[in-house]
Design a protein around this ligand. Structure first.
Ligand code: CTP
Ligand code: MG
Length: 230
């Protein structure tokens, strides 16, 4: 049950406001990018990583890959304007069929056990995503006024990785380009083709580091993980 993984890493980190790509910020003295790559480096099922990067980060990324001895990155491809463009650039370089994962480089806390449950599901279903049941009460709001309280039991917060048969994802991306459709995740491109997507329950630790306060949550998660290992 092997797979390849595309890691979009070409963002600007505007909401983090660090003046550089947030993936270069450190947690416990190790860049966020490396925390994420290490998970796949250590997973025997991972056959290769394709990184979409901003050209301005290329020298620094190459230096980090070398210093931290990350061996499984098969290529760096130029990112695009939107996350979806970055992933499409990477996807177009994938030749063989099999399972492809898309995982945000900004989610360093994904666990190998979760990746395996996801890829196993994608092998049979063709498309599978990871997420967690919504914890908050959800409401629809229009012009500052609540219009509806949405039934929570059917709502999930969706994360990455998302896993697909390569030919299916490529078809979905080609179609999205033709229709000029921009989705907020990869699954939505597959869903709009009428293809059923399975969901696998992950955990709430798999946060995307987005704003400065996420760094505090991230430090806490790392501390908890270190205790678990002791
Ligand atoms: N990403 C990308 N190409 C883009 C935009 C985003 O590869 N054109 C990547 C980011 O590097 C990140 C992931 O997609 O790993 C999720 O995006 P997000 O959390 O929004 O990161 P940024 O775009 O960097 O942050 P911001 O939106 O605050 O600028
Ligand atoms: Mg962004």
């Amino acid at each position: 049950m092997t797979y390849q993984v595309i890691l979009p890493a070409a963002g600007q980190g505007k909401r983090m406001g660090a003046g550089k790509n947030k993936l270069l910020l450190s947690l416990n003295d190790i860049p966020i990018l490396i925390h994420t790559l290490r998970v796949f480096e250590e997973d025997d099922h991972c056959e290769g990583m394709i990184l979409a990067i901003h050209p301005q980060d290329e020298a620094e990324f190459n230096r980090l890959l070398k210093n931290y001895q990350i061996q499984k990155v098969t290529r760096l491809v130029p990112g695009g304007k939107e996350r979806q463009d970055s992933i499409y650039n990477a996807l177009k370089t994938v030749k063989s069929d099999g399972i492809i994962l898309v995982h945000d480089a900004a989610r360093p806390f994904i666990k190998i056990e979760q990746i395996h449950r996801l890829t196993k599901t994608a092998e049979t279903a063709g498309a599978a995503i990871i997420g967690v049941p919504a914890k908050d009460t959800m409401k629809k709001v229009q012009d500052g006024v609540v219009t509806e309280t949405v039934e929570r039991s059917s709502l999930w917060a969706v994360q990455t990785p998302q896993a697909f048969r390569i030919s299916l994802l490529l078809q979905a991306y080609d179609q999205a380009e033709e229709d000029e459709f921009i989705g907020t995740d990869d699954s939505s491109l597959v869903e709009r083709m009428g293809y059923p997507v399975d969901i696998v329950e992950g955990d709430y630790d798999n946060i995307k580091i987005t704003t400065p306060e996420d760094l505090y949550f991230a430090e806490a998660i790392l501390k908890k993980r270190q205790k678990e290992f002791c």
